[in-house]
Design a protein around this ligand. Structure first.
Ligand code: ZN
Length: 485
């Protein structure tokens, strides 16, 4: 078949698959990066050949090559570990923004970007040089409008154009192999006293000059990003930097209702004492939540936001456009993110996000399904004597009082009640609104958590039944954990 025909055939059969598939399914198992990027992964290894940057310095070149290769390895291991996802709808939406910026700025942005969607919930994006651009699901759900995403993307494209990644590893390689570094290390090693303090001084000097450099890099990337946006006729709104400053506050948000109010509609018993931490003697001191409503700058994902705002505010476009992100893209990104948190067994964040959706008035039964999954997996973990691990304990400093109460409740709810939760949820009305793969997940989780036969053989069999009955479903990622044992 000629190439064009082959491509058309592929595109059409792709469309047919969607049309005949479950209307509610998010993405297919094949969209996980270990399958979707299998071919690209092999070509990355071949095309990414380390250039010679230190012609007369073999040691520095060797060090440089080590950093260079570790980038390739890290992307490959992320692909293998399914850190990325290729959901067609979300991917093409983001790719559309990249293309718009590239088309308007051919001198800065080559058209052949390698764009990846990272499943991380952190509101972030990053560039790894060589036209590799990665946008997190957490950034897609955090952005207020298309322009916010465009600014994030333009910023990362600028890092790539300005070769910040390459410069950073080049400087690091030069420093680690320099005479100055070698001599200072030697003097530390030969001195009998204060070895540690001297060593710290050397490292401090290095990290200080690096962080200063990084600040220049951030500022340069912002300046170029504004130019790229203007040329693309996308408005620039410096306010986004202030919004970005709150990106670590997801679990610091409060709930609209007391915890019990979220569980009673499912006919689940809830006792307030379960959500109150039982004291463990002297070590548990009283904690005042109002003291730490802001996260310390050093712990933030983006520490310099107010500075970035102040530096760029005058360049904000006169006519602010805020193009809404299509509801289906936002919803998909949010669900993919919640599913990813679930597969990483982070039960508290998953349930908290579901409760926040309830606060928005979201009645989609998919969230009820995920709530049910959480209780089943918590009961399963309890049976494996790993409830503490499944709850995913987070320090009070980083979460709201409500989120802490939820975490405490999940930690303390008695085992029998947890079992009752699973039984009650399995008979709930919301299941009527869900499709075959979700029903299949219910059966699988029932076997894993509640079946009196707790043998590995029984679990493997149930996972296999799910995978054969729901081939290609995204939920197979979960079944994999038990089928391949
Ligand atoms: Zn940056």
């Amino acid at each position: 078949m000629p190439l064009l025909k082959v491509l058309l055939f592929c595109a059409l059969s792709g469309l047919m698959a969607t049309a005949y598939g479950q209307t509610q399914s998010l993405y297919n198992y094949q969209d996980l990066s270990h399958l979707y990027y299998q071919k690209q992964k092999d070509s990355l290894k071949k095309t990414w050949v380390c250039p010679v940057v230190f012609k007369d310095d073999k040691a520095a070149q060797k060090q440089y090559k080590e950093f260079w290769d570790s980038r390739t390895e890290s992307i490959i291991s992320s692909i293998n570990g399914d850190d990325y996802i290729h959901d067609r709808e979300v991917y093409s939406y983001i790719a559309g923004i990249v293309q718009q910026i590239a088309a308007a700025n051919p001198q800065y942005v080559p058209a052949n970007q390698l764009l990846l969607i990272d499943r991380s919930s952190a509101a972030n994006a990053y560039s790894l040089g060589d036209n590799v651009l990665i946008v997190n699901l957490g950034m897609i759900t955090f952005a207020r409008c298309r322009e916010d995403l465009a600014l994030t993307i333009a910023h990362e494209l600028s890092h790539n154009y300005l070769q910040h990644f390459e410069t950073a590893i080049q400087e690091k390689a030069a420093w680690l192999t320099s005479e100055e570094y070698r001599q200072s290390m030697n003097s530390v090693l030969s001195s009998r006293y204060d070895r540690l303090t001297r060593l710290q001084k050397i490292l401090e000097g290095y990290t200080f000059s690096r962080s200063r450099h990084q600040r220049y890099h951030e500022s340069d990337a912002d300046s170029l990003a504004i130019i790229l946006l203007k040329k693309s006729s996308i408005s620039f709104n410096a306010d986004f930097f202030l919004h970005l400053d709150s990106s670590d506050n997801e679990y610091l948000q409060h709930l609209r209702q007391p915890l019990a109010a979220y569980f009673t509609p499912y006919q689940l018993t809830f006792e307030d004492s379960w959500a109150t931490k039982r004291s463990h003697g002297l070590s548990t001191r009283a904690y005042n939540f109002s003291e730490t409503s802001t996260i310390e700058d050093s712990l933030k994902t983006h520490p310099d936001c107010p500075e970035r705002y102040a530096r760029t505010r005058d360049r904000s476009s006169a006519h602010q456009q805020m193009t809404p992100i299509p509801a289906s893209v936002g919803e998909k990104a949010n669900k993919m993110l919640i599913w990813e948190l679930f597969t990483s067994s982070k039960v508290t964040p998953v349930i908290y996000r579901i409760l926040l959706e309830k606060d928005k008035g979201n009645k989609d039964p998919w969230y009820d399904f995920m709530l049910s999954n959480c209780f089943y997996s918590l009961y399963y973990a309890d049976r494996q004597l790993n409830r503490f691990g499944a709850v995913g304990i987070v320090q009070k400093e980083f979460i709201s009082r409500d989120c802490y109460a939820l975490q405490t409740f999940l930690e303390q709810v008695p085992r029998d009640n947890l079992r009752q939760y699973c039984e009650t949820l399995s008979k709930a009305d919301f299941w009527n609104g869900l499709s075959t793969p979700e029903q299949g997940m219910k059966d699988l989780l029932y076997t894993l958590a509640l079946d009196p036969d707790d043998s590995d053989h029984n679990k493997t069999r149930a996972a296999h039944t799910f995978a054969t009955g729901n081939a290609g479903s995204m939920y197979c990622e979960f079944a994999d954990n038990f089928e391949k044992k």
